[in-house]
Design a protein around this ligand. Sequence first.
Ligand SMILES: Nc1ncnc2c1ncn2[C@@H]1O[C@H](COP(=O)(O)OP(=O)(O)OP(=O)(O)O)[C@@H](O)[C@H]1O
Ligand SMILES: [Mg+2]
Length: 221
Amino acid sequence: MNILTSKQVTYEYRNAVQTVRAVNGVSCTFQQGHVYAIVGPSGSGKTTFLSLLAGLDVPTSGTIELDGESTAKMNRDSYRLNHVSVIYQNFNLFQHLTVLENAAYPLYVRKMPKKKADELAAEKLLQVGLKEDQFKRFPNMLSGGEQQRVAIARALTSGSELILADEPTGNLDSENSRNIVGILQGLAHEGNRCVIIVTHDPAVAEVADVLLKMKDGKLIH
Ligand SMILES: Nc1ncnc2c1ncn2[C@@H]1O[C@H](COP(=O)(O)OP(=O)(O)OP(=O)(O)O)[C@@H](O)[C@H]1O
Ligand SMILES: [Mg+2]
């Protein structure tokens, strides 16, 4: 069944000097249990579209529906907190929290006792290939690829039904990439989540169940 639907979605960046139509009439559906890859040239609107799906921005026109209900009618914070987890292109880790606390954060927000949250987060961090001696460090004491994996672990602990990732393998070597792709695939196929990945990585596009191509803000076939 469709969990997420984009209907004629358009987004314009507006400032004093110009208007950029970054997403231009995109309609598509996303189902649970599937991995979607969004590919396309730099500047084609992929990140913008993902941020609309994530509820970080609101479409200029058109609607995004979760289980048939327009997200415009929902509280945006609760939509983001309860339904979506996002792995950002620039990781967006909390710099003042340790690696472990970053990964456990979605569970703290849900008021899980700290000890239990930390245990679950540690499990996910090990799963993405981080080592225990890194758990107490702050994000700026990790390499780019390691930070990316902390961001992925944080998405894993959140348990959201929608997992949106912007270039999740962009900073990883091929072995770590394969591991992450395998984890994301498992979340969709075994965990019945809906996984949407923006990527330039042919290895990711290859394993996707559905490939969506964007060009000039539009979906092309
Ligand atoms: N804040 C902004 N103000 C104006 N234009 C913007 C802004 N952010 C992005 N754009 C423009 O919107 C278009 C789509 O950008 P977007 O970041 O969605 O592309 P992308 O497909 O994710 O590219 P990449 O593969 O390089 O990450 C581009 O033309 C970009 O220049
Ligand atoms: Mg982008």
